[in-house]
Design a protein around this ligand. Structure first.
Ligand code: ADP
Ligand code: MG
Length: 397
């Protein structure tokens, strides 16, 4: 194996889960006001999630349409309604829409249409901040393209690079990956980035923050001229304006109403730890409630994630952990066990904060205050997805 570039690089404190080391060193505490984390849900249910427009109303390849319908998607979500047509027209785009609002299909559907028109000459590259998100996007692509003879691969750190070589032997219409591995493959002259027609940065505000921006710039330079660039996220960093406009050519900006904040389908509350009480005991008794069917528990550090998972298991609560020090096999296995319901609690650092879509997560618990409001928005956005109601509980001291 090569010396892998770090796929999930440390960045400004609190922007993701890979900053643990730094945070431990600095013992940085969140300065966010705990009152920000209390908010009644205003569940709009499916009404707020879906539009009235059905997928039959837009002219899509029949086989693609059939795949969309067989996934159970009937009507477009708001972001899909606002982005698919301009993307089919070839426009560049920056799109901001809440967590769980269907952004993946919003960029994949037009990509699939383009790929079907010219499969031999078309490649889209989707770049993500975490390996899990990359895998998940490819999964969505595969289900949308079942039987269509389009090919995809995911190139991420923590996996054997030799198996990437093999996948690169065939024409791929969609490549998903994390920046480090993509650059590595490009350095080895195996991945020809200059053939990319469409570039997508998912979770683009994260991709353009200091943890990733240098790698992203390298990728963008290697890609060079391209037909389309798409930026998608739930949050926007005001300081990135210039960088964004340098990436986009005559773009459409889609900012879905109320974007940039927390999802209204999430009931948000805080729990105060009284003087003398043990936080961990409070957590254990909280998790004994049968309502807490599927819980993601966020901590700031990898060490604490390990410790909490162990404690919970000792208390008879099935738990697993995911963070940057675990092998990729372990990370994949944990997410899988969590999806299947074999573990009830997934203890995670911010590696799991962005993009991860596990159906029916009932609760997100912040064991510690997140460092930034954006980190909070993404973390709690793992629940209340696709028009469902979710709960967020944040411990405050
Ligand atoms: P985001 O990227 O905005 O956070 P995702 O793309 O992960 O959201 O989608 C959230 C969930 O909504 C996924 O489980 C996805 O399968 C589902 N979904 C997406 N589009 C539709 C649709 N048109 N109808 C029903 N469900 C959808
Ligand atoms: Mg997403």
């Amino acid at each position: 194996m090569s010396t892998p570039r770090r796929n999930t690089k440390p960045s400004s404190p609190g922007r993701n889960g890979t900053v643990d080391r730094r945070q431990v060193k600095k013992k940085k505490e969140s300065t966010l006001d705990p009152r920000l984390f209390v908010k009644k849900a205003k569940p709009s249910g499916q009404a707020g999630f879906r539009t009235e427009k059905s997928f039959q109303d837009i002219k899509l390849d029949e086989r693609l349409l059939a795949n969309i319908l067989s996934k159970g998607y009937q009507t477009l979500t708001t972001i899909q309604d606002q982005s698919i047509l301009p993307l089919l027209d070839g426009r560049d785009m920056m799109a901001i829409s809440k967590t769980g609002s269907g952004k993946t299909a919003a960029f994949l559907i037009p990509i699939i249409e383009h790929a079907l028109k010219d499969p031999r000459n078309y490649t889209a590259l989707v770049v993500t901040p975490t390996r899990e998100l990359a895998l998940q996007i490819e999964e969505e692509f595969k289900s949308l393209t079942a039987g269509l003879h389009l090919y995809s691969a995911t190139f991420i750190g923590g996996t054997n690079i030799n198996s990437d070589y093999k996948q690169l032997e065939r024409k791929l219409q969609v490549i998903v990956g994390t920046p480090g591995r993509l650059l590595d493959l490009s350095d080895r002259k195996l991945l020809k980035l200059n053939q990319v027609n469409t570039l997508v940065l998912d979770e683009f505000d994260r991709m353009l923050d200091m943890g990733f921006v240098n790698d992203v710039k390298k990728l963008v330079n290697l890609i060079g001229r391209r037909e389309q660039t798409l930026l998608f996220s739930a949050t926007l960093e005001p300081g990135q304006k210039q960088l964004i406009s340098s990436l986009l050519h005559n773009p459409i900006e889609v900012i879905v109403e109320n974007a940039g904040g927390t999802n209204e389908n999430i009931e948000q509350q805080t729990v105060k730890v009284p003087e003398g009480a043990e936080k961990i005991d409070m957590l254990v008794s909280m998790l004994k409630s049968p309502d807490m069917e599927k819980v993601i528990l966020f901590t700031e550090t990898k060490r604490l994630a390990d410790r909490l998972a162990k404690k919970l298991n000792q208390a008879g609560i099935t738990a697993g952990q995911i963070h940057g020090d675990k092998s990729q096999n372990f990370r994949v296995k944990m997410i899988d066990e969590f999806k299947k319901g074999n573990i009830r609690v997934l203890v995670a650092t911010d590696v799991a904060a962005r993009g991860i879509d596990v159906a029916d997560v009932t609760h997100v618990i912040n064991y510690q205050l997140p460092m930034t409001m954006d980190a909070y928005i993404h973390r709690i956005g793992r629940t209340g997805r696709a028009g469902k109601v979710g709960h967020a509980i944040t411990f405050v001291n």
